[in-house]
Design a binder for this molecule. Structure first.
Ligand SMILES: C[S@@+](CC[C@H](N)C(=O)[O-])C[C@H]1O[C@@H](n2cnc3c(N)ncnc32)[C@H](O)[C@@H]1O
Length: 259
């Protein structure tokens, strides 16, 4: 069974592919969508769930999304059309790094997809060419809640993949961005996400014992559950930031106070 099918089944009950509750998603969108926000772009949009929610909440918004996974984009288009939003949300299948659009965007999102650009800071650098002057960014990425132990490394992570939260935010600020809001996913949000991921996939496998992919699906769910429970649970964090460019003459004014 290929990775895309596993991911589609695993996210059946948690369409946002990140450890964020519905309340957190609404609050973050509420902070990121400012008065006058008209055009928004989601890089690595997955099922387009952020764009759907933004378009439903803001009738004036036109939304664009790009994702490498063509099957996911096809399914997302069907959902968007069924909801009557096909004229306001346009999705394309392709590499977010190669995405070109006609005009800048008031808000650019990249949630859980910074690996598409090689990490958080390269993502923010890439976002700049899409961003209208004064525009906002909504970016979600991992950080280390604590030093990764062997279980976390065995789950496939590298120590230098992330930094602690304060260092992560310092790096973003040093790159010329000002956080205007942020959310750190709680352990409840993580548990809900991971139980949904592993549980939905397992349930599908048990409900479809004759499907040739059911054994692989059960195996993938078990492997993921072990990597989470014996590995990165309470070690890998997830932070979602609302950012705006720091004016050039103000850069450096937020340097951390040394103690
Ligand atoms: C963890 S999911 C997040 C999806 C979505 N942002 C969300 O919050 O629900 C990461 C997504 O990034 C996409 N992706 C990975 N590399 C990409 C690339 N180079 N260009 C576009 N999308 C990419 C994957 O296909 C996947 O849908």
């Amino acid at each position: 069974m290929d990775r895309q099918r596993i991911s589609a089944l695993a996210h059946a009950d948690h369409p946002i592919a990140a450890p964020l509750s519905d309340n957190s998603v609404s609050r973050l969108l509420g902070r990121a969508l400012r008065d006058g926000t008209e055009r928004i772009l989601d890089l690595g949009c997955g099922r387009g769930e952020w764009l759907l929610r933004a378009a439903e909440e803001r009738p004036g918004v036109r939304a664009y999304g790009v994702d490498l996974d063509a099957d996911t984009i096809t399914r997302a288009r069907q959902v968007i059309t069924a909801k009557g939003l096909g004229d306001r949300i346009a999705l394309v299948a392709g590499d977010a790094g190669a995405y070109t659009a006609e005009a800048p965007f008031d808000l650019v999102l990249c949630i859980g997809a910074t690996h598409a650009f090689g990490g958080l800071l390269p993502t923010l650098e890439a976002v700049r060419r899409h961003l209208a002057p004064g525009g906002s960014v909504l970016v979600g990425d991992g950080f280390w809640e604590r030093e990764p132990d062997q279980g976390t490394l065995d789950a496939g992570f590298a120590v230098d993949e992330f930094a602690d939260l304060a260092t992560t935010v310092d790096r973003v600020v040093a790159a010329g961005w000002t956080p205007t809001y942020g959310h750190v996913s709680t352990v409840e949000e993580w548990d809900e996400y991971e139980w949904s991921w592993t549980g939905s996939l397992s349930r599908w496998a048990l409900d479809h014992p004759d499907d040739p992919g059911s054994g692989a699906a059960l195996g993938a769910a078990a492997e993921h559950r072990t990597a989470w429970l014996r590995g990165y649970r309470r070690t890998l964090g997830f932070v979602t930031l609302v950012l705006r460019r720091t004016p050039d003459d103000k850069e450096g004014s937020e340097r951390p106070v040394s103690r």
